[in-house]
Design a protein around this ligand. Structure first.
Ligand SMILES: [Zn+2]
Length: 493
């Protein structure tokens, strides 16, 4: 007798290639049957006409509030990992998530930027596990953290990251693109630490530009070289945005490096615009031309308005460096730009990862946790719509990815990227007996993103989303109060 049996659904399991109508039994948070004949269950849900597959494992989520994670659950996410920016101390972030409860599984990398801010600028590390990007935003203009460090300081920075790995960090998050004048030797030593500890790193590459020196290609080659030179698994975050207009060059280098056995992996999200803090070094007025942008390419989320001119950009960077912006880098209405964006996904084995962002209220205020989120809350649409958009746009409309391949890149592939250091990830990304019952049930013909640059609307089409067998989305609606998410830690079995 199973706790719950899903009957009549089209089960897609990218690892075994199964794509057939099967009944799926779930007991105590685990998949306990995948059969042609429906086994007996205490509850039986008819999901005829729907796809049943593994829940999505997002490698890149800064949307760690309850509301943010619920928006992600509506988009099919059952595990939302903060691996690019990370956390420090990691024990505090894990403890907070466990004390408060989370709708989906979460986990954190060790935050290199936080370690640098602490060692170089004396920024106190938050003991409360705050993950709002507050620290990153508030101390963005700190005097030294974006520049070079002495050998002794690098020792301390890496020591903090080493400690965080002992606390369960899933790897090292490295926003080197926000500290472009930090040392190359430091980055290489960081990769060496990752290799020694057997964990991946997650890099926002050093440069976004087509202009020499400091091109997007140069930034990507640094990651590839660190992998080749240390043996570490180096993961490149959002190749769609940091590759900018050099995606072909970056993709070619990544493909060849992989063929040569270099451990480099990639992820992308399906939007032409990026989102970050306005104080980011690459948004300095004097640097915008490097991305062929102007101040009016940037939307200030606190007001929803485009930044008027250089004077306003300079003012905002000085007074509110952590304020969030949307940066319109590629024009989604331009066929050439859209083709560039698609080529990030044409690169084989690029995982789908969202880069989901914290929500912003009117005037830049924090958004209190509530469901549904207030209509005034804004964010980059990737926060709410990335997976629905891949399934609608790249699978259904463009045929660039098959359904199975899109699902593989959203669940199995990201789980596999973490399996060496987190054996428990072998139970995620699969619909197989013994796998975690992190499952999504959706209509492949109608599932669609609805979030836009002006309205943060949840994805529709995910009928049920189960985390450890517990519905967090049921009949297309968030189940309030359902907090079955667990913290994923390095070494979990
Ligand atoms: Zn980034």
């Amino acid at each position: 007798m199973h706790d719950l049996v899903l009957v009549g659904g089209r089960v897609v399991d990218p690892e075994t290639g199964l794509d057939a109508v099967r009944a799926v039994g779930i007991t105590g948070g685990t998949v306990t049957a995948v059969d042609e004949q429906a086994p007996p269950g205490r509850q039986v849900w008819d999901v005829t006409g729907q796809v049943v597959t593994a829940g999505f494992v997002d490698l890149h989520s800064h949307a760690q509030s309850l509301t943010g994670l619920r928006l992600q659950a509506m988009d099919g996410v059952t595990t939302a990992l903060e691996l690019e920016a990370g956390a420090l101390p990691v024990a505090a972030a894990c403890a907070r998530a466990e004390a408060e409860g989370r709708p989906v599984n979460v986990g954190f990398s060790a935050a290199w930027t936080d370690a640098r801010m602490h060692v170089l600028d004396g920024v106190p590390l938050p003991g409360d596990g705050d993950l709002s990007l507050d620290l990153f935003g508030r101390f963005q203009n700190g005097p030294r953290w974006r520049g070079p460090a002495t050998d002794a300081e690098v020792d301390r920075i890496l020591g903090l990251l080493d400690d965080a790995l002992d606390e369960g960090a899933l790897g090292i998050g490295c926003l080197v693109g926000y500290a472009p004048d930090s040392g190359r030797a430091e980055y290489f030593r960081l990769a060496g630490l990752a290799a020694r500890r057997g964990v991946p790193t997650f890099t926002h590459t050093r440069y976004i530009s087509t202009e020499e020196p400091g091109t997007s290609l140069e930034g990507a080659l640094e990651v590839i070289a660190a992998a080749a030179g240390t043996g570490a698994h180096m993961h490149m975050c959002h190749v769609n945005s940091t590759s900018n207009r050099m995606v072909d060059e970056v993709a070619g280098a990544v493909e060849t490096a992989r063929r040569e056995g270099v451990r480099v992996s990639t992820e992308a999200y399906p939007y032409g615009a990026g989102s970050t803090v306005v104080g980011a070094s690459f948004l300095a007025p004097g640097a915008l031309h490097r991305m062929r942008l102007t101040p009016s390419s940037i939307t200030w989320l606190a007001t929803g308005e485009r930044i008027a001119d250089e004077a306003q950009l300079t003012h905002l960077r000085a007074t509110d460096p952590g304020g969030l912006v949307v940066v319109h880098m590629l024009d989604e209405d331009d066929a050439g730009d859209l083709a560039l964006l698609e080529r990030s996904f044409a690169l084989p084995d690029t995982a789908v990862a969202t880069d989901a962002m914290p929500l912003v209220g009117p005037g830049g205020a924090a958004v209190p946790d509530a469901w549904p989120p207030p209509a005034s809350a804004t964010s980059h649409p990737r926060t709410a719509g990335s997976y629905g958009r891949v399934l609608r746009w790249l699978v259904r409309e463009r045929g660039l990815l098959t359904l199975t391949e899109a699902l593989r890149r959203s669940s199995l592939l990201p789980a596999q990227l973490l399996e060496e250091s987190v054996p428990a990830m072998r139970r995620k990304g699969r619909v197989q007996v013994g796998a975690d019952a992190d499952l999504v049930v959706f209509d492949p013909d109608t599932v669609t993103d609805r979030a836009t640059y002006s309205a943060l609307v949840p994805t529709s089409g995910f009928r049920h989303v189960l985390v450890a067998g517990t519905p967090v989305v049921r009949d297309g609606a968030v189940v309030e109060g359902a907090l079955p998410g667990k913290v994923v830690r390095r070494g979990d079995r």
